[in-house]
Design a protein around this ligand. Structure first.
Ligand code: AMP
Ligand code: ZN
Ligand code: FE
Ligand code: FE
Length: 278
């Protein structure tokens, strides 16, 4: 079985409509795909239609922005109740904060570059959760940088004067509230150092104590030379080892199925959750 549980659609910063994304995952030969847009469940319905039409198994999820020891981390929440008050509250808070933050980053950029917030919004699908990739795309269209990656390196990294941080709940609280909503959590790309500082090793123990289910070990942003050590930590805390592409359509080089999760881990993930696999 080919299982890739981490992808993004145009409901956040991916480039494919959720229906098109799931159809593409089926064509790419995946048996199971996870839809995990940033801080939104907006794509769940259209993704479900594509899953039912093609027969691919769909695991509905969300990549949750969180804070951990002074840095930002991403926690993947799977198969929770999207109507749970704490999930609704999280989505509302993050959407408001992401909007204000994108506006503020754009205002800072506008002091030095000819870019407006309208340019940024024009690069997001209607109602999409805004992120730095939309600002990056606007910068590319305006001819100010060559690519999304280039925009991140030059202008949007946490070390850049244009960068603005955003509100995020504590990672251990995220793990708990997703559990309360009947879902399970996986720490996404914990060693993605190119995106900023990484959380210390003691965070694995803290999140495991809070109820974390697994960790993404096999992910292109975890440097290959630290993956064996990461796998050891994961094992030591009794956590499950995940591997995923983090596909963003044409927004990133990541390809569907470039890393995968084992069938054993998949079946234990989906056992006893509020939402079912479609
Ligand atoms: P934000 O959610 O606004 O903080 O933006 C973070 C998102 O930007 C991540 O989830 C990635 O999808 C994307 N991203 C981060 N670093 C890069 C990069 N170097 N090149 C392209 N996309 C990136
Ligand atoms: Zn993203
Ligand atoms: Fe992420
Ligand atoms: Fe992601």
């Amino acid at each position: 079985m080919k299982i890739d549980l981490h992808t993004h659609s145009s409901c956040s910063d991916g480039t494919d409509h959720p229906y098109a994304l799931i159809t593409q995952a089926h064509q790419a030969g995946l048996d199971v795909v996870g839809l995990t847009d940033h801080d939104t469940v907006e794509g769940w319905v259209d993704a479900a239609i594509a899953a039912q039409e093609t027969g691919i198994k769909l695991v509905r999820g969300m990549e949750i922005t969180a804070r951990c020891h002074g840095t930002h981390v991403h926690i993947l929440g799977y198969l929770f109740n999207p109507g749970h008050p704490k999930i609704i509250d999280h989505i509302a808070k993050l959407q408001a904060s992401r909007h204000g933050r994108a506006r503020e980053i754009t205002q800072r950029l506008a002091e030095d570059y000819p870019i407006s917030f309208d340019d940024v919004v024009a690069h997001a699908a209607p109602g999409a959760v805004l992120g730095r990739p939309h600002i990056a795309d606007a910068l590319v269209t305006l001819g100010l940088v060559e690519s999304r990656s280039h925009a991140f390196e030059r202008l949007l990294a946490p070390s850049s004067p244009y960068y603005v941080s955003q509100y995020a709940p504590e990672a251990s609280d995220v793990v708990k509230f997703v559990g309360q909503a009947g879902g399970k959590t996986v720490w996404a790309h914990p060693h993605a150092s190119s995106r900023g500082n990484i959380a210390p090793d003691r965070a694995f123990e803290e999140l495991a104590d809070a109820g974390l289910f697994g960790v993404e070990v096999d992910h292109r942003d975890n440097p290959a030379d630290t993956r064996p050590a990461l796998a050891d930590i994961v094992k030591a805390y009794g956590l499950a080892r995940f591997g995923s592409s983090d596909f963003h359509g044409t927004g990133k080089p990541n390809q569907l199925g470039e890393h995968t999760t084992s069938a054993d881990v998949y079946f234990s993930l989906i056992d006893g959750t509020f939402a079912e696999v479609i």
